[in-house]
Design a protein around this ligand. Structure first.
Ligand code: ZN
Length: 196
């Protein structure tokens, strides 16, 4: 945007410089016409007129140099604008690409959520209501995890190793008894690796 502003500023500067040249040129043309018309007869006036024409020619040449210098700057700022425009479009295509990949990932995640939610509903339907209620309550209290694996005598929910007394109690409990961690109160899931 800064380069584009500079571009339009420089273009305006060029127009102004060209107008300056035009003004001087027109005045020189008028002077030359007066000189050629023969209307000026006094030698002093003729001399003044000729001097002015010469001075206007010098002025015009100086102003044309200014125009050339401005045109060079216009060209360089145009190149800069072109280069930056290309970079903008390259970055934009990267953004578009990333957006498309993000959207595709969202879609995939949404699909996964729908599948997992359905699977959970099916499983939840097979769990006794009181146990499901306990689980849901613990899940809410314990940061989303209501039940944890008991692995090598350690609760995988709070990572605390259970005391010998607790382990003995769990070992003695019937397979369908709901056992819980003494530390975090989560439901403990017993497996062959529980260390019982
Ligand atoms: Zn625990």
């Amino acid at each position: 945007m800064a380069a584009q502003t500079k571009q339009s500023d420089t273009a305006r500067e060029q127009t102004k410089a060209e107008q300056d040249v035009d003004q001087v040129r027109q005045r020189a043309v008028r002077d030359q016409q007066r000189l050629d018309s023969g209307a000026v007869t006094s030698p002093k006036d003729l001399e003044n007129l000729q001097r002015e024409i010469a001075s206007l020619a010098k002025r015009q040449s100086d102003l044309e140099d200014v125009v050339l210098e401005v045109m060079e700057r216009v060209e360089s700022v145009q190149e800069r604008v072109t280069e930056l425009t290309e970079r903008v479009s390259s970055v934009q295509s990267k953004v578009d690409d990333a957006t498309a990949r993000r959207d595709a990932a969202f879609e995939e995640i949404d699909g996964e959520v729908a599948t997992v939610t359905k699977e959970r509903e099916v499983i939840a339907g097979t769990i006794p209501a009181d146990l499901l209620g306990l689980y849901d309550k613990l899940r809410e209290q314990q940061g989303g995890i209501g039940a944890a694996k008991l692995h090598q005598r350690t609760c995988q929910g709070c990572r605390q190793e259970l005391s010998i007394t607790d382990i003995n109690e769990i070992r003695a409990a019937a397979p369908d008894t709901v056992v819980r961690c003494e530390n975090c109160r989560r439901i403990l899931v017993r497996t062959a690796e529980s260390g019982l």
